[in-house]
Design a protein around this ligand. Structure first.
Ligand SMILES: [Fe+2]
Ligand SMILES: [Fe+2]
Length: 372
């Protein structure tokens, strides 16, 4: 049996076979043949004994008699294949019935062999069954490795994407009052918010990356307006408002779902629930949900952190101001979710603080003097 020797010589450890047969003579003969061929063999005289052995240690191949004292081998076959799918089964029986053979194969047997069987045929069938098992195990391992690699690469692409976005944003914030931690926090608040709302996981990740780009359009606003610490004139405010459209133009037409979401947020994050916002005066559910969420977390974060035109407010005071906007500025349903998430937002804010900027308190209080 050169083929079997070749097969076994490639294996570091000889495959383990369990011979299940209630006739001791037949059992011992099969065991002797397989052991001589180089397999490691165990024996079981009943289903109960076989199950105990299978629980005990991994079995690569089972030779299974059908007529057993406790139960029929066929009864237990599907259970064995479900529980130990990598165990190949050779049914070895004196029952010469086509229907039984078909049933055995349907239940997962690799082969249906009739007694009496010669040693050469039995060993050949054992080798073929084990080669079949090896292929399945290798294929599964290959698929799992491939899936893990794809997942790893997707993660790498996503984090490169994220880094690119944050670095580009850091370039724009050199001239803006918004800090790097503000834009990062808005992404994290939105991530939590949409998770609680039950958004699909990929969209939750998209908004985490898209939200920080909400004010990208401020890159097109002159310094004299952008960095003015006092109240803007109506003309200046009209210019300031265009940051929504400028940002949307910068982000529009992309195939990337992240940039598509960033586009709708940039365009609509200053719309108000009652229709008095800008640039389009959209109202209620006509405002994209992503922008309605961003509007809430953006105002919350702006109020509770230092800006060039106001001090950081205590959360209580910030909430008093925001509550006045419920149903006017903010979507009332989202506002109730927002309130329930405040402890989590507080935690996010504490973990994402730029000490140099966020803790700086100017002596001149000019709270909310400037339209946002
Ligand atoms: Fe804005
Ligand atoms: Fe903002």
């Amino acid at each position: 049996m050169a083929g079997v020797e070749n097969y076994l010589s490639r294996k570091k450890v000889a495959p383990r076979v369990l011979v299940v047969d209630d006739e001791s003579c037949s059992r011992m003969t099969v065991r002797r043949w397989l052991t001589r061929a180089g397999f490691r063999c165990g024996e079981a005289a009943s289903i109960g004994e076989a199950m105990a052995r299978l629980h005990d240690r991994e079995v690569h191949l089972l030779t299974l008699d059908i007529s057993l004292p406790d139960r029929s081998g066929l009864e237990i076959l599907s259970q064995i294949k479900q529980r130990w799918p990598d165990t190949e089964v050779l049914v070895l029986t004196a029952l010469e019935e086509t229907a039984t053979a078909i049933e055995a194969m349907t239940l997962g047997a690799y082969s249906y062999l009739l007694k009496p069987i010669g040693s050469r045929e039995l060993i050949l069938q054992a080798k073929k069954a084990l080669e079949h098992r090896d292929l399945i195990v290798e294929h599964r391992h290959y698929t799992a490795t491939l899936e893990a690699k794809v997942h790893q690469q997707m993660q790498a692409i996503r984090s490169a994407h994220e880094e690119t976005i944050l670095r580009l944003l850091s370039a724009s914030r050199y001239r803006d009052e918004e800090t790097g931690t503000h834009v990062r926090r808005t992404g994290l608040y939105c991530e939590l918010f949409t998770e609680v709302l039950g958004w699909p996981p990929d969209q939750v990740q998209n908004i985490r990356l898209a939200a920080p780009m909400h004010d990208l359009g401020k890159i097109g606003i002159p310094d004299a307006i952008l960095q003015k610490p006092s109240k803007l004139t109506p003309e200046e405010f009209a210019v300031m408002k265009t940051h929504t459209v400028i940002g949307a133009q910068m982000l529009e037409g992309s195939e990337s779902e992240i940039l598509q979401m960033a586009h709708e947020i940039a365009m609509s994050h200053h719309e108000r629930w009652d229709g008095t916002g800008y640039p389009q005066g959209l109202a209620g559910l006509a405002i994209p949900e992503s922008a309605r969420i961003l509007a809430l977390v953006d105002v919350y974060d702006a109020l509770t952190h230092y800006r060039v035109y106001h001090e950081a407010l205590p959360e209580e005071q910030a909430m008093e101001i925001m509550e006045q906007g419920c149903g006017k500025h903010f979507d009332p349903f989202l506002f109730s979710i927002f309130i329930s998430l405040l402890p989590e937002f507080r935690r996010i804010a504490q973990q994402n603080t730029d000490d140099r900027v966020d803790s700086y308190k100017p002596s001149r209080a000019n709270v909310l003097a400037r339209p946002r």
